[in-house]
Design a protein around this ligand. Sequence first.
Ligand code: PMP
Length: 407
Amino acid sequence: PAIRTLEEIRKDFPLLEREMNGQPLAFLDSAASSQKPNAVIQKIARYYEQEHANVHRGVYQISQEATTAFEEARELARELINAPSAEEVIFVRGTTEGINLVASSYSRKFIQQGDAVLITAMEHHSNIVPWQMACEAQGAELRVAPINDAGELLLEELYAMLDDKVKMVALTHVSNSMGTINPVKSIISRAHTLGIPVLVDGAQAIPHMKVDVQELDADFYTFSGHKMFGPTGVGILYGKREWLDAMPPYHGGGEMIKTVTFEKTTYNELPHKFEAGTPDIAGVIGLGEAIRYMNSIGHGRIQEHEHNLLAYATEALSQIEGLRIIGTAQDKASVVSFIVDGVHPYDLGALLDKQGIAVRTGHHCTQPLMDRFGIPGTVRASLAFYNNQTDIDRLVAGVKRALNMLR
Ligand code: PMP
């Protein structure tokens, strides 16, 4: 098929045609949640109109069709991350639930008093708090690997924090606040020399780059559907079978059992062992469609386009007097975060909103990272493959106009 132009691709996203405050919309907040293509919206509508029934239960045709569509989505997700088998692909509500599942279930079995969990200074709250809770419950210590002023991990310091007390390393693939791409493959390989498993928070990686969990040798890899052009309320947790088999169930209920008596319950096989209750069937099917859509654009094209746009935005914003970019790592994806001397990020964000430019301001669920930089928050513009140069030009002009009003 002919390669579609960016303008054609943008037309797949009805929300991008909206106005905001009487201006055409420049949507630069895809790191918080991306917009949805028609293919996904229609898939979900069609499911509810024609194909809805509960999965894995009914003998009747519609239930079997729903089950087939549901399991097709699992296979699409498996293929997306190159997981060895679909049984290692668990449907969860999102990255937050994926991390909570592992932190809760893994720690009950494998983390004891006096052990430690290692995270990093740039984690999202959802990759901090579940580990704090698990460490508190087990009497373990939470260690935090530091970063430099560019927002890059200090690898030697991180490696020095790994010892036989550490029972898990949990870190983000791409920082949601700075865009830093972490060298997760090297870190995983180093952790494995000590027999330590690694969980990777892939929420900000999957929408932007090709991820291969086997190549990374990640023990757990989790991400959210709504940041990758799919619906809210659904996400993926990949886990190596050896860990998932050894871990106790997270939620109890229907679907996750093999047999139940009041005396004893035996648990179902993977992936069902970790999928208690009726899942978000429409969400899963919509997520499958989002993967098909991303595949139709192609990861190579997505990566190249966003890389060029990020460089363009970084260059243009850097010209603005008093503007400081937070996160200047060598290896970055899709996010440009900044502060301006003497201007509160919120005021800047509000003036951008008036001009039809959607950015996020604040701590981006990374308060400890903001503390590390001694700032209350940033203005964050984040990209997806549907953004164009006009979006960036409008951001830059919008910031200049806002600063003229604020200064
Ligand atoms: N980790 C990172 C790096 C994120 O950016 C986010 C979403 N902002 C999350 C985890 C949490 O994802 P969700 O809210 O979809 O569970």
